[in-house]
Design a protein around this ligand. Structure first.
Ligand SMILES: O=C(O)CC1=CCC(=O)O1
Length: 94
């Protein structure tokens, strides 16, 4: 199942810089492992915002929830999930 996910990051400005750097580094590793596995095939920075648009390719809602709630930055994010279905005009879908 494909999902479009928007993540808006709001790290408190008073968070210790070393703690912030450690969380952001863990986030990168977590994300890149999932990208390599094929479960997170796209991630795009939204221009001018500390936000991203991502595509997830997972088995079901529960797997997506597990992945998103495991993000090191999860406590500092607003997340919006949109499930995707095949468009009848998509030539790639046949
Ligand atoms: O910077 C972001 O958009 C938050 C994020 C998600 C995965 C990652 O590496 O950073």
């Amino acid at each position: 199942m494909l999902f479009h996910v928007r993540m808006d990051v709001h790290i408190p400005t008073d968070l210790d810089p070393d703690v912030r750097a450690e969380i952001v580094a863990r986030e990168k590793g977590y994300s890149q492992d999932l990208q390599r596995s094929g479960k997170w095939p796209h991630i795009w920075r939204i221009v001018g915002e500390y936000s991203n648009f991502s595509i997830f390719d997972v088995t079901d809602n529960d797997e997506l929830h597990e992945i998103l709630s495991g993000l090191p930055l999860f406590p500092y994010m607003d997340i919006a999930v949109t499930p995707l279905a095949t468009h009848p005009s998509d030539i790639a879908a046949g």
